[in-house]
Design a binder for this molecule. Structure first.
Ligand code: IPD
Ligand code: CA
Ligand code: CA
Ligand code: CA
Length: 269
């Protein structure tokens, strides 16, 4: 993708993300229609659907030849990352949106022929926009994020980990995970993969690991984390394939090998 095209796409994507976020803030206290999807805790609201529809409409009116992968079904049937593909999570952290009215984000990742070009994560209620273009650094609002410190010590790290890793699960021995969380300085669980990626980019978390994410949860985050020198793989160190659901580890490279080798690979079932 050439520089001029990318700048134009970035400008519009940023404008639409801010516009969509403003619309959500204005309607934050409106009554919600809440449905469930795969199970009783897998929530979706009219706001998730309206927001994705808004992006689909805007993108198709300006770029009819671009493809869209979206969580709520307004996107295209995408089977390859050829061409320009917008990967959108209209509300990442719907449970937080419903229960807390905060700690949710709009996530937009734009890929060209499989290469991550633009990432935008908007923490809507905090009004913090994390953004990156490939090779241009990552920003929180107007401030450039510094590269991650490679001096990070595992014992002094804070990891984004949810309870699923500590309960009986299909991927790793929970004892190994309990050992890991006792070894690090602390753990956090924010309930929005996009916000957790943004926190890794910002250095507020040193790593974030999760079991089963889709392209829309991570597409923007991978690009933003990459721009500060962070690394993202599956939980066993394999490259991420955005066309399938997978486990994810995104972190400061200084602690990657220790997490993968000492805990995830050794604990693998
Ligand atoms: C969810 C959030 C959550 C993660 C789930 C995702 P959604 O996305 O990112 O933090 O643990 O796996 O599905 O459904 O709120 O967009
Ligand atoms: Ca969802
Ligand atoms: Ca999501
Ligand atoms: Ca979502």
């Amino acid at each position: 993708m050439n520089r001029q095209d990318r700048d134009a796409i970035y400008g519009l994507a940023r404008e639409w993300v801010l516009e969509a976020g403003k619309a959500i803030r204005e309607r934050i206290n409106d009554p919600l229609t809440i449905d469930t999807k795969s199970d009783a805790n897998d929530l979706v609201t009219t706001m998730d659907k309206d927001t994705e529809y808004f992006f689909m409409n805007r993108i198709k009116s300006v770029y009819p030849d671009h493809s869209i992968i979206g969580e709520e079904g307004y996107g295209d049937e995408v089977t390859s990352l050829d061409g320009t593909v917008w990967i959108i999570d209209p509300i990442d952290g719907t449970m937080n949106f419903v229960h807390q009215k905060r700690n949710f984000a709009i996530s937009v990742g734009i890929y060209h022929d499989g290469v991550g070009e633009i990432g935008l994560i908007y923490d809507v209620m905090a009004d913090n926009l994390y953004s990156a273009q490939k090779g241009e650094g990552a920003f929180k609002n107007e401030i450039e994020l510094p590269p991650l410190s490679l001096k990070k010590n595992f014992h002094e790290s804070i990891l984004g980990v949810n309870h699923f890793w500590l309960c009986e699960n299909h991927l790793v021995d929970e004892e190994k995970m309990q050992e890991m969380v006792r070894t690090v300085r602390g753990t956090r669980s924010y309930g929005s993969a996009a916000i957790e990626f943004a926190f890794v980019a910002e250095g507020a978390l040193d790593g974030y690991m999760t079991m089963g994410l889709s392209a829309w949860d991570i597409a923007a985050g991978i690009i933003i984390v990459n721009e500060v020198g962070g690394v993202t793989t599956t939980s066993f160190g394999e490259p991420i394939n955005l066309l399938k659901k997978s486990s994810v580890l995104t972190c400061n490279p200084a602690i990657q090998e220790q997490i993968l080798h000492d805990y995830l690979r050794k604990g693998r079932k």
